[in-house]
Design a protein around this ligand. Sequence first.
Ligand SMILES: C[S@@+](CC[C@H](N)C(=O)[O-])C[C@H]1O[C@@H](n2cnc3c(N)ncnc32)[C@H](O)[C@@H]1O
Length: 370
Amino acid sequence: MTVSPVSSGQSERGALHEILRDIVVCPYCVKEDLEFFPVAGTGGEEAILYCSVCNRWYPVRNCILCILPDHLRPESDGAWIERRKAALPSHIRDRLQNETGKRHGGGDAVTREKRKEMSVRDEQAREYEKLKKAHRIEIELAAIHREIGSMKDRVVFDIGCGVGKFVKRYAPVYNWLVGIDFSYESLLLLKRDIEKRKPDNIVLMQADACFLPVRDNVADLVISSQVFQHLPGDRQRNDFLDGIYRITKENGSIAMTVYNHSYEIRRAIANGTSPEIRAKEGLHSNGKIFYHCFDHDELTALLEPQFQLNALYGLINQIPKVSYKMEGSRFYLVFDRILQRIPLSKKFGLLLMASFKKKHEGTNRLESPS
Ligand SMILES: C[S@@+](CC[C@H](N)C(=O)[O-])C[C@H]1O[C@@H](n2cnc3c(N)ncnc32)[C@H](O)[C@@H]1O
């Protein structure tokens, strides 16, 4: 398969088509290569990916590989392929016609939650970074980077990369960085942002984090910041963890942050003072985004069957009175770094940081309950 990365230049780190062939698969037929057909006249920005086993096709738009499961694909895919079918050999074209009609439908509750979140993330993409406090981003990025380390020859996956706070900062530090998110607009924004700097080692993929179109054992490092908390239900969380387990190499490192069911959050819930988080689990952003705040032992129990926990601690600690005054000052970064080392951070951190590796004896949790 040959496809352009975010910018279409040839990489000094090895040919892009090789990394894509090595990592990308049809999510339904996990072991199979996808055939690649460029769309003429698009300067390498558009292509069709085709799976000869199940006859599914996936679009590459603006160099973003869109490999969503059937139930999350946009209806506009039908019109998209109609206008580009000429890029395909006729025997494949005929098969596709039979496939495209089956893709859509209302979907179950989980699908509806995901579709809602996808559209909110698309709408909010431009505002997303403005809504976040800079010092909180710094604390989280520093902790993630510290947990996975920087080794030049590594392939890193950022699952739920959004508009790319990690990708933008750390792409130069690694060999390849693969950003995955189901919000196309977030990825497009990220792409437009980084293409000015002509990166030659970033691959962007629109995919469901619970159904990864990625080969087994290809990731040296996996990061996922504040995504797990938005997966609606046990089944989705298990699928997400199974996926990470499957794609990570034997000694690969994984760092993940999630909402903590912290002292401060419990207090805000009890007093009704938090406008967005009104219970341990619920919907925020006008009822459109599912969230779940994790207790540290709950997170440990979820990870333990498959992963060896290296560290679990709280980030962005909010100790009543002390932190309120300090947050935002330069001392707060140092203060928080010190607190991260003590067990109390699991109680006071706004986020929980979990850093872990695959257990040799771990297995995927097939048929996990919904
Ligand atoms: C809170 S944002 C975090 C974004 C980014 N990791 C950061 O820290 O700035 C959560 C991101 O996860 C993405 N997301 C949530 N559920 C997802 C799923 N099932 N598959 C892919 N992306 C998902 C959302 O689109 C959103 O970009």
